[in-house]
Design a protein around this ligand. Sequence first.
Ligand SMILES: Cc1cc2nc3c(=O)[nH]c(=O)nc-3n(C[C@H](O)[C@H](O)[C@H](O)COP(=O)(O)OP(=O)(O)OC[C@H]3O[C@@H](n4cnc5c(N)ncnc54)[C@H](O)[C@@H]3O)c2cc1C
Length: 507
Amino acid sequence: MQSEEFMERENATVDVIVVGAGLSGLVAARRLSQAGVTSLRVLEARDRVGGRTKVHQLGNGRFAEEGGQLVGPEYTRLIALGEELGVPTWPHNERGKAVFERRGRVLKFDGSMPWIADPLGSADFAQSLVRLGRLCKRAPRADALATPEAAKLDALTFESWVRRSTKTATARTLWAIIGALTLGSRPGDLSLLFVVRHLNLIGGVETLLASLSGGAERSFAGGSAELSHRMAADLGDRVALGSPILAIRQYDDGVEVDTPAGTHRARRVVLAMSPPDRAGIQIDPQLPLPQRTIGERMSMAHAYKVHVTYPEPFWRRQGLSGASMSDAGPLMLTWDDTPPEERQGALVGFARADGGISADLPDPMPGDPEQRREAVLAGLARAFGDQALRPDEYHEMNWTEERWTSGCIPIWSPGLLTACGPGYAAPAGRLHFAGSEASPAWPGSMEGAVVAGERAAADIAALIDAEGADRQASGKQPGGAQPRQPRENAARSHRRAQEVRAARSDN
Ligand SMILES: Cc1cc2nc3c(=O)[nH]c(=O)nc-3n(C[C@H](O)[C@H](O)[C@H](O)COP(=O)(O)OP(=O)(O)OC[C@H]3O[C@@H](n4cnc5c(N)ncnc54)[C@H](O)[C@@H]3O)c2cc1C
């Protein structure tokens, strides 16, 4: 690949470089290509695509999804992408009772709440949910940041609200598990403003309640990483693996992007990764404060995802669905991961990998691998019976050990949203931001990754169209952008992006 032709092609300025071949970056590149912007390159640090979606081969032709997997019915852009790529989804088992382990008691119940087994705790939780719904309605649905109460809500932790709004340990444990698994972290780490904003953007507490019932969740056949593999195959040699970006320099008419192997040039760049991930890239000139602050202050949740396979889904014979929640753990939550046509059973669950202490959540996983395995199997045995102690295979993925990924899902801590303001994902000159965390709706999920990738692509395609129209009007040819001086006027390009957005929203 060191031929002159290759080097010539690599040195040529392309219209767009996308940094990161996770779901979001590949969606951005695909949509750009579909919009006619075919002069593009995707540069990925790892030797694989998919980012936080990844498949690990187990024995017997089975595999474990180590990262993003569950597809809710509200994930409309993700579902549409799957259909476009010909990747079907399969439904997770809904039948049977769920298990709730709380303070040493194991409760088995139908539906999403242990109403009969723990009526007091369930009612308390349901009431607090209604109260949260009312709080959400007081803020503008489109963006809670615009509420006059924004600063006050952002100064509070979700935990402080949970403590005020619940009376029972059951309700607190439920909120702790929801916080850790669907909102990003323990309630004590989360801003109340973020929770209100998030719930409003996803459709209110009703959507949260629907997602708690769990049964509507689906998975992609072959794993969600299959979407990225197919998009990368379509993009062909425009995707370069093993190309970590170390530095980016913006100029008046283009951008230079450094990898250890050399410098690439483009007219525009999409950064398609989480803000903490991009914080490792040296960007010159500095990003505006909102985009910089989010990179410096956002942290990511650390978790293990654990897969255990068995000769059969034995829990179903006991009338259990495979769904469980526990405050003893180490798995906080499990679900049945057995595809409909499979005979071999599989359970999958999440455990904490962070070091924090929480009264309502299990302790983080033990450090010793053998102890971890024993603890996980013992927890599964408490929920589903002793057969859980005799798995075919046990597989765990610890995302804290991954290079190029800071963590699983974002933690919106108190003060972060108001410190960044609404512009934290706005283009900065010729730099555009994708990556799930840049999405207004479902940030941190695969849906958010698709929404953010599509938005960045639409912004850039419109800008390129507008630039083409400007050039035609002035009779100028597209210059062979060979930028030299770091530009001082990121503002000019930024203004143009704003004009294009404003024109689009007027139409
Ligand atoms: C354990 C786990 C479970 C999850 N469960 C779910 C779930 O059930 N449902 C759901 O919807 N979501 C889930 N998620 C979240 C979901 O997987 C992510 O939100 C989504 O995949 C993010 O996609 P992305 O493209 O925005 O970012 P990423 O997938 O993080 O992609 C960023 C890419 O950028 C690359 N990169 C980083 N730095 C550089 C650099 N300097 N140069 C070049 N490339 C770089 C990375 O290697 C990566 O490929 C889960 C995530 C994890 C980890």
